[in-house]
Design a protein around this ligand. Structure first.
Ligand code: ADP
Length: 258
C-alpha cells in the first residue's frame, strides 16, 4: 500500500513509476499487513472527529438552551464533520485512482496558465500570513496531456505544505521550467525542513514527521501520498529534498505532450 521512497543521494528521495504505488497484487503477507495497518490508521483518524461530534451533540442535548454555547457546540460538530468528510474524500481518492489515467480524462493543458491561476488564488491569503510568495514561469506555453483538476490538486498539496511548514517572514517559490521531454515544477520553501530520517517516508499514507505539529495544522499525512499518486497517474515523478531548519524543495516532473 505504501508509496516507495527510493534513496538517490543523501537527503534526496525519489518516487518513481505508478507501479510502485498501490497495493501489491499478490495476496502476500506483506500486502495483508499493509492493508491491516492502513485500515487501523484510517479508523484511528476517523474516530477523533467522530468522538468530538458525539460529545458536543450530547452535551448540547443535555444543556438548557443557551444560544452562544449551543452555537459553539454546533460549530465544533460542523468542523469535525467537515474534517471527516475531507478524510473520507482523500481515502476514496487514494483507493480509486491507482493506475495511469485513461486517455478519455486527459486534456491539453497549458501549465503556465494553470499555475498562474493557482498563484492568483493563493497570493492574498499567503501574503496575509506573513509569507513572501514568488514565482518563475516561462513566457511561452508549456503544454501537456493531463487531467487539469487532478494536476492542480497535486501542485496545491505541495504549495499548501510549503505555506503550512514555513513560519511568517519566510518565503515560498513556485517555478516551472522545461527540459527536452519534461515539464519541471518546483515548490521551494525556507521553512522548518524535514529530518533526513523522515524524508524517505513522507510520501507514505498517514506519515507525519511530527504528529503533534502536523495535527495542529490539521493534516492527516495524506497530502503527499495523493500528490504522488496523481503524478504517477500522469506517468511523472515527484521527489523531495530538504534540510532541517533550512527548507524543502519538492519537484514534479511530467512528460511533455509528444
Ligand atoms: P500533512 O497533511 O500532515 O501535511 P503530507 O502528506 O502533506 O501530510 O505531508 C507529510 C509530512 O511531511 C507532513 O506531516 C510534514 O511533517 C512533512 N512535510 C511535507 N511538506 C513539508 C514542507 N514543505 N516542509 C516541512 N515538512 C513538510
Amino acid at each position: 500500500f505504501l508509496a516507495l521512497g527510493v534513496p538517490m543521494t543523501l537527503g534526496v528521495i525519489g518516487v518513481t513509476g505508478w507501479f510502485l504505488g498501490g497495493v501489491a497484487m499478490q495476496p502476500t503477507r506483506r500486502a495483508y499487513d499493509q492493508l491491516q495497518r492502513f485500515t487501523a490508521d484510517a479508523s484511528h483518524e476517523l474516530r477523533a472527529p467522530l468522538a468530538a461530534m458525539l460529545s458536543n451533540a450530547q452535551v448540547g442535548l443535555l444543556s438548557p438552551d443557551d444560544s452562544a454555547q449551543q452555537r459553539l457546540r454546533l460549530e465544533k460538530i460542523v468542523a469535525a464533520a467537515k474534517s471527516m468528510g475531507a478524510l473520507i474524500s482523500n481515502l476514496l481518492f487514494l483507493s480509486r485512482q491507482e493506475g495511469p489515467l485513461d486517455a478519455a480524462s486527459l486534456k491539453q493543458v497549458d501549465l503556465v496558465v494553470m499555475l498562474r491561476s493557482l498563484i492568483d488564488d493563493q497570493t492574498t491569503q499567503v501574503t496575509a500570513q506573513g509569507l513572501t510568495f514568488t514565482s518563475q514561469l516561462p513566457a511561452q506555453a508549456v503544454i501537456l496531456n493531463a487531467d487539469p483538476d487532478l494536476l492542480r490538486q497535486a501542485v496545491m498539496n505541495l504549495l499548501s505544505n510549503a505555506f503550512k511548514y514555513t513560519s511568517p517572514g519566510g518565503s515560498v517559490q513556485l517555478r516551472l521550467s522545461t527540459s527536452s521531454r519534461f515539464a519541471v515544477i518546483q515548490v521551494e520553501d525556507n521553512g522548518i525542513g524535514i529530518p533526513a530520517a523522515d524524508l524517505p517516508h513522507i510520501f507514505e499514507r498517514f506519515y507525519r514527521v511530527d504528529t503533534a505539529r502536523s495535527r495542529q495544522t490539521g493534516g492527516f499525512g495524506l497530502g503527499l501520498a495523493i500528490a504522488q499518486q496523481i503524478i504517477a497517474a500522469h506517468r511523472g515523478r515527484i521527489t523531495a529534498s530538504s534540510a532541517l531548519e533550512a527548507g524543502s524543495t519538492f519537484q514534479i516532473e511530467l512528460p511533455l505532450k509528444g
